[in-house]
Design a protein around this ligand. Structure first.
Ligand SMILES: [Zn+2]
Length: 400
């Protein structure tokens, strides 16, 4: 045999061997996807006499604010296809024009868009301002505390994004983005993600991402210490830009050849959504949505691992985000659409843990800030490192 032929055969064998782990992972991810699909058909229906539930995304960008080439058409199509009830747009500011006035707002197909901004402050903090304003660019000259106070005077929400590099925790903020999907997706190993997406991407793209996520310990600790002193809303941001990918060839007009886009809107929206509770009979509008976010009637669901709709964390009749006195009841209840492991936190410390059920009752151990995290069971360790559900707190005060 000619040496050339031998080399060719050796290279072919190496290429085939290198793909064995990805083929195996495709098989395993396929098994997981089948289990999730069959679990979703057997979900428990949970009653709620007080609230209707909607789900959507907070923190999204288009080409209007830079860092993205995405069009409104792409955004609307992605949000509609993912079944997203709402998207809170947060365009970067521009000195030349009002990006919040130019971005998507109002109802488009099945999705309500709310126009906000992502802003910078003189303390080098980043926040989301909702709704947005023509002042967005100028806020970078004010301190974070002054920005938060100004936004409250104007009845706008001031939400912390990137808490890992936020400094001004004494400012009066409305919420903390404890998980940022864009950052998490960017940190995925692109080499293995490329082959995983080649093998599994057409069938299970959301799961390729979901298996790489882990619990945002530091951000949750920051949220917990803030919430212990002052009520705030825990949420996850999609930070969707539709701009992560890699391309072997492309031209100046943005045409891409032989490339993989890792984060199209529909995929990012399908991985994880923010679920909000709106009083029964009240329609989903910009006002009712922002009131729910402001009041903490919110939970974060990693719906790619199983539809989280119906999850409830309550104290008697009280909902997430509400204050109650310990005299009202002594039981915190958790209802889940699927059996899962639940961890109860009190003031940021693990207070109780239980598994194997879809309904739990925990005895409240005196006044404190209580929230829960739920984790899927039986999907394998890679899918259990990240909470399937993160609730907002219920705030228990001493008996009067
Ligand atoms: Zn952003």
């Amino acid at each position: 045999m000619k040496i050339f032929k031998r080399i060719l055969i050796a290279v072919a064998v190496l290429v085939i061997l290198s793909q064995v782990p990805f083929a195996y992972r495709r098989y395993m991810i396929g098994q997981t996807a089948d289990k999730i699909a069959s679990d979703n058909t057997a979900r428990r229906q949970i009653e709620d006499a007080r609230f209707d539930e909607y789900h959507g995304a907070i923190h999204a960008h288009s080409a209007i604010g830079g860092h993205s080439n995405a069009t409104f058409d792409e955004l609307i199509a992605g949000a509609n296809a993912a079944g997203t009830n709402f998207v809170v747009m947060t365009e970067h500011w521009s000195d030349a024009y009002d990006t919040s006035a130019m971005t998507l707002s109002g109802q488009h197909g099945n999705t309500l868009f709310v126009a906000g901004n992502e802003i910078d402050t003189a303390d080098d903090d980043r926040m989301l301002m909702v709704p947005g304003s023509a002042d967005a660019a100028g806020l970078r000259r004010l301190s974070t505390r002054d920005v938060a106070a100004k936004l409250h005077n104007e009845h706008r929400l001031a939400l912390v994004t990137y808490p890992e590099r936020f400094h001004s925790w004494r400012a009066d903020i409305d919420g903390v983005e404890v998980f940022n999907l864009h950052t998490a997706a960017k940190n995925i190993n692109r080499f293995t993600a490329f082959f995983d997406l080649l093998w599994s991407g057409s069938s299970y793209p959301e799961l390729v991402f979901a298996r790489s996520f882990s619990r945002p310990d530091e951000n949750l600790a920051k949220f917990d210490s803030y919430a212990e002193a002052d009520r705030a809303t825990l949420f996850a941001g999609t930070d969707a830009h539709s701009n992560i990918g890699f391309y072997l060839l492309g031209d100046e007009t943005g045409h891409k050849f032989f490339g993989v886009k890792l984060d199209p809107y529909e995929r990012i929206f399908r991985i994880m959504q923010v679920h909000v509770l709106i009083p029964k009979g009240t329609p989903l509008t910009q006002d009712s949505l922002l009131a729910a976010i402001s009041d903490g009637r919110v939970f974060v669901g990693m719906d790619a691992l199983g539809d989280t709709s119906g999850f409830r964390f309550r104290f008697g009749d009280r909902s997430m985000g509400e204050r109650a006195s310990v005299a009202e009841s002594n039981v915190l209840t958790v209802d889940l659409p699927l059996k899962s492991r639940v961890v109860l936190y009190k003031n940021g410390q693990k207070a109780a843990e239980n598994a194997g059920a879809d309904h739990y009752e925990f005895k409240a151990d005196g006044p404190g800030v209580y929230r829960v995290e739920a984790y899927r069971e039986g999907l394998g360790a890679a899918f259990e490192a990240m909470p399937w559900i993160m609730s907002n707190p219920i705030y228990l005060a001493p008996a009067p």
